[in-house]
Design a protein around this ligand. Structure first.
Ligand SMILES: C[S@@+](CC[C@H](N)C(=O)[O-])C[C@H]1O[C@@H](n2cnc3c(N)ncnc32)[C@H](O)[C@@H]1O
Length: 209
């Protein structure tokens, strides 16, 4: 069987396919670059929005809001079904900025930024109260947050985890992979604008049992 030729310079080639976005999101990208705030960027942002939309998620939990960039994508994706995002953030300055940006996006009624440690906030939430979880806090907290994510997601719910290619995510990746409670796909991806551009993303569906 003939081996197909691959595109040369795939990084450069796929940089031609960055989704369009509005001025607010572009401003947040510029701020993130200037201040080294690690936001997901426009390709993963669009992916989150699509996943929220196709999954029909009404109740979305985000771990790690920063300036609210990814929360805006998630909330927009969930808009057709009237969905809403609860986003957990432990940096008070970021909480303020995320709330302001949600307001600028006209989404203050759909994005609820909650201040404090993600795990402490999650411990106080009802079981099975979310359809989709997006995990994007400091990577050493991924493993301790995993049991909370499992408890809070409804059976069949989707968890998307950013930056699983980072060394600090290794224990988390192992625990998730070895668990019978999840169906897991790990992707090492080239997604322009992601930080860094060659990084991991995991999609995990909570088992229905
Ligand atoms: C990678 S940034 C989030 C970026 C955001 N999801 C985006 O793409 O627009 C991670 C954020 O998580 C926050 N964070 C880190 N550890 C946390 C924890 N244990 N609980 C709550 N927030 C945390 C940091 O302050 C930071 O703002």
């Amino acid at each position: 069987m003939a081996v197909s030729d691959m595109i040369s310079d795939p990084e450069g080639y796929f940089r031609n396919f960055i989704p369009e976005r509005d001025d607010l999101l572009k401003t947040l990208e510029k701020e993130a670059e200037a201040e080294a705030i690690p936001i997901v960027g426009p390709v993963v942002g669009e992916l989150l929005s699509l996943m929220a939309g196709v999954s029909g998620a009404r109740r979305i939990l985000e771990l790690g809001a920063a300036t609210g960039y990814s929360a805006i994508y998630l909330a927009r994706g969930a808009a057709p079904v009237g969905g809403a995002v609860v986003s957990l953030e432990n940096d008070p300055a970021m909480v303020r900025r995320a709330r302001q940006n949600a307001e600028k996006a006209g989404l203050s009624d759909r994005i609820d930024i909650r201040e404090g440690d993600a795990r402490e906030n999650m411990a106080a939430m009802d079981a099975a109260s979310f359809d989709l979880v997006f995990m994007d806090i400091d990577k050493e907290f991924y493993l301790p947050a995993l049991p909370h994510c499992r408890r809070l997601l409804r059976p069949g719910g989707l968890m998307i985890v950013d930056n699983v290619g980072f060394a600090d995510a290794v224990d988390f990746n192992k625990a998730l992979w070895e668990s019978d409670n999840w169906r897991v796909v790990n992707l090492l991806t080239l997604l322009p604008g992601h930080s860094p551009e060659r990084d991991g993303l995991t999609f995990a569906v909570k088992a229905s049992r």
